[in-house]
Design a protein. Sequence first.
Length: 269
Amino acid sequence: MKLLMCPPLYYGIEREINPRMSRSHQSNPQLAQEQWRALYRILEDHLGAEIALLEPRKGLPDMVFTASAGLVWGNKFIASNFRHEARRGEAPFFDNWFQVRGYEIFYLPEENFFEGEGDLLLCGDLFFAGYHIRSGITSRQKVAEILGREILSLELTNEWFYHLDTCFCPLGKGQALFYPAAFASDALKVLEDKIGALIPVPEEEARRFACNAIVVEKNVVMNDGCPQTREKLRALGFSVLETPLSEFIKAGGSAKCLVLKVPHAEKQE
Ligand code: ARG
């Protein structure tokens, strides 16, 4: 498994683009580095991941959240169109990384907001797209055409859970964690209709980003302090690795936001 990560060298809470972020509630740079490195180690040592690194850039503190760079599908890379100006400066660096590695890059029209794997997740063989808060509904059709696949849309209604990967975590075919209060009622119907085993996460654990977990086969890596979710996952046969990510939660991200799956990337130079 290959993942793309970006070290938190210039990470910090500089802008407030989601309700979690407050400049008066700064992250500790030293602790952020340690937490990021611990996550890196778990992924490499326990999950056998091959990790490619993207060079961090000054003035782009959210670049650590590589999941929102875009969507990778085969050798296609659909570049994100960030809703907030604060993140738009990251896009050329993300796009360039894929460009030089020979990916076919797709850009969406400027008015179609799209925030990559933050809002588009595969559960079994079904694509689910979160929209309304970050990605727009208008990007769905274009993304579906590029992927050549149907995409099911899920309206997100709770600003605290602004990306789909903050409230929905596919575990395998027909199985996912979710936080019900993040979705519009139509979206809940779609989830209930399409996913046989939907496992609700309690509010306090959803707020600790229980749904923002990295799932690789029967392994789950997530923020610490989510005991109910951990036990449910264990009962389902998953091995759960917890690692503290408090400094990234201050920016509205956790384990899954910090990685992007890049199945076809060449080895890191
Ligand atoms: N501060 C970042 C933002 O608001 C966090 C991104 C989290 N990424 C994710 N895939 N959910 O955009």
